[in-house]
Design a protein around this ligand. Sequence first.
Ligand code: PEP
Ligand code: MN
Length: 339
Amino acid sequence: MIIELKASATKADASFIMGQYSTLSPTLVPVRSGQRQLIVFPSSVKSSATDLHTLDSVDRVVDCSADFQLSSKEWKSEFSSVQIADGIKFGPGNTVLMAGPCSVETRDQTMKTAEYLVTEFGMKVFRAGAFKPRTSPYSFQGLGEEGLRLLDEVRSEFGVKIISEVKDISHFDSVAEYSDIIQVGTKAMYNPALLHKCGRVSKPILLKRGFMSTIKEFLQAADFIMLQGNMEVILCERGLRNFEPLTRFSLDICGAAAMRELSHLPIVLDPSHSMGYRYGVPVVMQAAAGFGCDGILVETHPEPDASWSDADQALHFDQLKETIPVVREILTAVGRTLI
Ligand code: PEP
Ligand code: MN
């Protein structure tokens, strides 16, 4: 159950409710500028068991059957938009392209990639990781702070926004400082301390679905963030573990349709990590466009085979050059513009 207090409600009104109903385990959501005060009870608590709707300070009482209340359409029936800057909005009508290498490797590699994407496609959001959550402890783990500084140079040089990932809380503040969107990777989706941190910053969070997570678990992870006051969460479907060696993961486009049915949050699709092999990524980008997602995340590199991480899936620039116009056309057909 979610209680939305009136704009005129005071802190004392919220404290009164928290005290009066403490046995029902309420959580007071920290307020951000422009937001109303929210008090969230477990989904098992129903308004019929309380007289909250009679209180003067209360505007709305919403019973939620789903246990991912804040990300659910039961709470918010309209799709949410997440605005990064003027003209860069994830949400109805828009699909934001976020392309770049898997990792920041060198200044030359990063600058070359950004320059190509910006001059060729007018791309607005550059992706690259500096703290890489690798499966093997023997592979490249990212440039760390140095990588973030290179991303800062990319931002100043090309006027793009930056999305970069956090793998744990040890470097959270640095990534938050240098990124315009903070990415939480598939393996970090279950990290409660990290989700808590994400909830306390004023930056949008791109939350990747765990590769073995149910949709309910995924949306509950989103709620962990939102319950801390940050409502700017973007969901990212990046593929589920499968039995098939010819694809790295399976992009769960059916699951994405279920997310769109259940949740108001924007949905990004990631053809690169799901397909895993560059020959298949362009056609999965087309499928993502046909789905009408709110963003597409894709990896590319000036010399894909020489990539320090995820080399098999990095696209050649020429592949992007062929695919982006098709993606644009498909998006137009489903009522969206590529940003
Ligand atoms: C990435 O985006 O480079 C990445 C590591 O993604 P994921 O967490 O989905 O594997
Ligand atoms: Mn990658």
